[in-house]
Design a protein around this ligand. Structure first.
Ligand code: IPE
Ligand code: IPE
Ligand code: MG
Length: 254
């Protein structure tokens, strides 16, 4: 546990001494990738330019997570509430998965990354869904980093759907309400096949969860930064992991 290694070096000399414990890397890191619009506006660019730049950060952090030995990386890409945005912005966002995957899919395959999607498919435009599904299919047998895109994801919707399924089983008589345990609800969530996040990162200075993995983050370590998502680098990512490694996770115990 105390075996510390100068495991990884960043590009800039001052921040390069990233001391990371190789045996205490979070298994699952979830990121609320926020601040694309403000990043663009602060440069006099249209908000969508920020989304485009954010795509490069997705690439950067995926590579960084893979290098670090993270097993699951969940990225909040579009919430069930983001449909409220202007139509043109939503349309732009819905084109990004295909653009990202057309550039990166081959390398993801080569890196043994498994792409998954966590979200509601029926509202997505066909072109968005088919790009994501193609990536999911082509990487299904990969055994490396799981890159889980939360796309049209909302935690409350997810919990309501789960409760509906449990209630249905109870009505049919196959489930006794008194027997419902935490694992039964977890198993009905979109995240059923992945462990709860160990570390949740949110960029851009906002200190809230915005309907993201509310059940699953019950005991996640939270880390916030003022940095806008398009500027989030491997160094920032390591800073979050280093902080995680300094924390004591008690789960209510001592
Ligand atoms: C995050 O950046 C990306 C999405 C929510 C799709 P924002 O678009 O929320 O950027 P800000 O928060 O307005 O700066
Ligand atoms: C959360 O960011 C959703 C994503 C990052 C995809 P928002 O920008 O939508 O969150 P609020 O509206 O500031 O809470
Ligand atoms: Mg935002």
């Amino acid at each position: 546990m105390l075996q510390r290694l100068k495991a990884l070096f960043g590009s800039r000399p001052k921040e390069s001494r990233t001391l990371l414990e190789t045996d205490n890397v979070p298994q699952h890191i979830a990121i609320i990738m926020d601040g694309n619009g403000r990043w663009a506006q602060s440069r006099g660019l249209p908000r969508v330019a920020g989304h485009h730049a954010g795509m490069k950060a997705v690439k950067r952090i995926t590579v960084a997570a893979d290098r670090l030995g993270v097993k699951y990386l969940t990225l909040y890409a579009f919430s069930t509430e983001n449909w409220k945005r202007p139509k043109a912005e939503v349309e732009f966002l819905m084109k990004l998965p295909q653009e990202f995957l057309s550039i990166e899919l081959d390398e993801l395959i080569e890196k043994n990354v498994q792409v998954r999607m966590m979200g509601y498919k029926s509202e997505l435009p066909g072109h968005t869904l088919s790009a994501v599904e193609e990536a999911v299919e082509k990487t299904a047998h990969n055994t490396g980093l799981v890159l889980n895109f939360a796309l049209n994801y909302g935690s409350r919707k997810e919990m309501i759907e789960a409760v509906r399924q449990l209630a249905e089983s109870a009505r049919e008589g196959s489930l006794n309400p008194q027997d419902i345990e935490e694992k039964d609800l977890s198993a009905k969530l979109l995240s059923a096949e992945i462990p709860d996040p160990d570390l949740l990162i949110r960029t851009s200075g906002e200190l809230r969860l915005s309907n993201f993995m509310l059940w699953q983050c019950a005991y996640s370590e939270l880390w916030f930064t003022d940095v806008y998502w398009p500027e989030f680098t491997e160094d920032h990512f390591h800073e979050a992991v280093r902080e995680y490694q300094r924390r004591a996770r008690r789960y209510g115990g001592l």
